[in-house]
Design a protein around this ligand. Structure first.
Ligand SMILES: [Zn+2]
Length: 335
């Protein structure tokens, strides 16, 4: 069950959670914020997931229709994240031709972006362990003209402690670095020992061996919520930033999506008042110049999540402004 829970969490989209839309949201105006972490699913993916019993709490359009997504999210400017990396994972239903399904899903995200390419940036979902991973990254970049790559180490069950995995992940990062593509990384693979060792492997065996890259760690480096593991991972990064001057050549950022949970979500518990304050404490340690805004939509709308950051985490207006500042557009330095 734990595995299924974790797999559900992979959707990181809280498909099963009930987001109650409060009056404040219906009254909200389109906030001019940039949201770094917004999911889209094709109708085919929704059918597949429904077939294996994954419940959806909202109308299908809210997951797959770009107009409905924009409306419910409440901002027009965002990174649209394909979840193509889930195909082939037996927990999410069987597809006959994984590669074809992955390509179709990434095509779907790219097509949604094409409705407003000025404001919407698309990220292809890539599973580095697939034989065709690098070819798909190239296809996404050259043919689909996408803006970034999303890797999900829990969905793909990637362990940098496994030399074989490392050898498959590094070429994807190299490709991203050489082509100015940002990488959005769900780093936590859910292993109980995931932590400092993995951070050091990412730094020493990948980041210090490639050209400058823009890397955004989703959910502050773990899988949502704010646990002891999140603190350990953040502390390990902070340590390396201090001790390793060469890391400064990269732009390493952390998205705060799904961290400040005010409701339980797929087995991840909502935060206590004390934990909300710890989020603020660790954000200060990390530095607001390294934090970007994201909702993990459909988990929250932008207005809902900003309200939580203000009222529960108690970020000051200035801190909120720093989180929302333009570095939030991870593609803004793309050549
Ligand atoms: Zn997500």
């Amino acid at each position: 069950m734990r595995i299924l829970r974790e797999k559900l969490r992979i959707l990181c989209a809280a498909l099963v959670s009930v987001v109650s839309f409060s009056a404040c949201v219906s009254a909200q105006k389109s906030a001019p914020v940039f949201d770094n972490h917004v999911h889209i699913m094709s109708p085919q993916m929704i059918i597949l997931f429904k077939d294996v019993g994954i419940p959806f709490s909202k109308p299908d359009a809210d997951y797959s229709d770009i107009t409905a997504i924009r409306k419910r999210l409440g901002t027009d400017r965002f990174n649209l994240i394909s979840m193509a990396y889930l195909f082939g994972n037996p927990e999410f239903g069987k597809v006959e031709d994984v590669r074809k399904a992955v390509e179709a899903e990434n095509d779907f995200a790219a097509a949604a972006k094409s409705t407003d390419p000025q404001n919407i940036k698309a990220f292809c979902g890539i599973d580095p362990l697939r034989d065709f991973a690098l070819e798909e990254a190239k296809r996404c970049f050259e043919k689909l003209k996408i803006d970034g790559l999303k890797l999900h180490f829990n969905a793909s069950q990637i362990y940098l402690t496994e030399p074989e995995h490392l050898e498959k992940v590094r070429p994807i990062f190299t490709f991203a670095a050489e082509n100015g593509l940002p990488v959005l990384l769900h780093f936590d693979n859910s292993h109980p020992k995931f932590g400092e060792t993995d951070v050091n492997l990412l730094v020493d065996e990948i980041l210090l061996k490639i050209k400058p890259v823009k890397l955004v760690l989703a959910h502050f480096g773990t899988s949502g919520g704010f646990s002891e593991k999140t603190k350990k991972v953040l502390s390990a990064f902070i340590k390396r930033f201090k001790e390793e001057p060469k890391l400064a050549q990269h732009r390493v950022l952390f998205d705060i999506s799904a961290v400040a949970l005010d409701k339980d979500s797929d087995g991840v518990l909502k935060l206590s008042d004390e934990q909300f304050l710890e989020v603020k404490e660790y954000a200060g340690k990390l530095g607001f110049d390294k934090i970007v805004f994201g909702t993990d939509y459909p988990l929250y709308s932008s207005a809902q999540y900003l309200k939580i950051l203000k009222d529960r985490v108690k970020f000051s207006d200035r801190e909120i402004a720093e989180i929302l500042s333009e570095k939030g557009d991870v593609t803004n330095e793309k050549k």
